[in-house]
Design a protein around this ligand. Structure first.
Ligand code: ATP
Ligand code: HSE
Length: 360
């Protein structure tokens, strides 16, 4: 039987970059890749469609549910299909996922899975949605824009959620449980009411420049910290002083990281934060020491250092001496009896893409 095969690539991301909590993200050179095989005769109106077969390799692949009604990728794809009136997957699809992004470490694994799921839904439904519309679907699932926008668009991005009209607000406010419902194992094409389409243009973004010399050292402790838990420790309100502290730094940082050669004196302080990192210190032993011990003077080449996303990964931006910087962070974590993995990553300017694979 002939089949169409496509590859979907989504990069990992680091969100916040210090002061840009829920605003900034950068796409980096670890990825989630899917190879999707769709039988030529496959449609979702086959009388008894065969559910997708999911195969995982790579990092954390033992921890992923392989039922398409439980797996995050396929649940997101089904949301995209169902909101377009296509109530089930085409029959006999095979999804081979290869993952390089550690789960729950602050490198945007869930954001990458959500973007991969949106691209998968677009592919399976032959919807041909533009990237801006794909972002609307991703934002209905992951409701802060920093990781998903960077993963989809690539590069260093800043984003905000548009203030919606009351009508759009009600379409965008449907609970996550309706976007990604708990499907029963025997859910068929007639299961439940289809969710509505999201309003258009929920997220707006801009790409910043990125100096070619800057690489990102990601040092990931070998423990998971769920984003929900790391958001749970944040306060509901902030002082004017702390907000101004972050706004001043964010305004400088977005331009400073684009300037070549990058200026460590400007960037190091501009990566300071008072909105999320101080509150997350209790969840990440070693974080206070790491943020104060490594400086551009103690470690030439270092530009700045911050928590990656919700943590526990530490992101150090640098132009050289990558190994020494990573080893010092590793040493401080070791004092807390925490083992780490580290990678020196490039910025991924391309973002997510889908390509048809030709036979041979
Ligand atoms: N490739 C994937 N396939 C299926 N599920 C995934 C995949 N990647 C991540 N997930 C799900 O997302 C969870 C991790 O999400 P979480 O938001 O806690 O961490 P993160 O996205 O890695 O961190 P951050 O948002 O701070 O960058 C995993 O435990 C898993 O349930
Ligand atoms: N901005 C988010 C990123 C995590 O996905 C946070 O720090 O909670």
């Amino acid at each position: 039987m002939s089949a169409r095969r496509h590859k979907i690539h989504v990069p990992c991301t680091s969100a916040n970059i210090g002061p840009g909590f829920d605003v900034c993200g950068i796409a980096l050179s670890l990825g989630l890749d899917l190879v999707v095989t769709i039988p030529s005769s496959s449609t979702s109106s086959t009388p008894s469609p065969v559910l997708p077969k999911i195969i995982y390799t790579g990092l954390d692949s033992d921890n992923v549910p392989l039922s398409p009604y439980k797996n995050l990728l396929t649940r997101v794809a089904l949301y995209v299909l169902r909101s377009h009136g296509i109530s089930t997957f085409p029959s006999g699809v095979i999804i081979e996922a290869h993952n390089e992004i550690p789960f729950g470490r602050g490198l945007g694994s869930s954001g990458a899975a959500v973007i991969a799921g949106v691209l998968l839904g677009d592919l399976l439904g032959s919807l041909n949605l533009p990237k801006s519309r794909l972002l609307d679907f991703a934002l209905m699932v992951e409701r802060h824009p920093d990781n998903v926008t960077a993963a989809l668009m690539g590069g260093f991005v800043g984003s905000y959620l548009r203030e919606l009209s009351p009508e759009d607000m009600s379409a965008a406010s449907i609970p996550l449980a309706e976007v990604l419902p708990e499907y029963p194992p025997d859910a068929g094409p007639d299961w439940g009411a289809n969710p509505p389409l999201p309003p258009g243009g929920i997220g707006h973004y801009v790409r910043f420049g990125w100096a070619k010399e800057i690489k990102a050292i990601a040092v990931s402790p070998r423990f998971e910290l769920a984003t929900a838990k790391a958001r749970g420790v944040l306060p509901e309100s902030y002082t004017r002083k702390d907000l101004i502290f972050n706004l001043q730094r964010l305004a400088v940082l977005t331009t400073a990281l684009a300037r070549s050669p990058p200026d460590p004196d400007l960037i190091y302080d501009a990566m300071g934060d008072r909105v999320h990192q101080p509150y997350r210190m209790t969840l990440i032993p070693g974080l206070p020491k790491i943020l104060t011990t490594l400086t551009p003077t103690s470690h030439p080449g270092l530009l700045g250092i911050c928590l990656s996303g919700a943590g526990p990964t530490i992101l150090a931006l640098a132009t050289h001496n990558f190994d020494q910087i990573a080893e010092e962070i590793q040493r401080i974590f070791k004092e807390e009896t925490i083992d780490v993995d580290w990678n020196v990553l490039d910025i991924d300017e391309r973002g997510s893409w889908v390509e048809e694979l030709k036979e041979g």
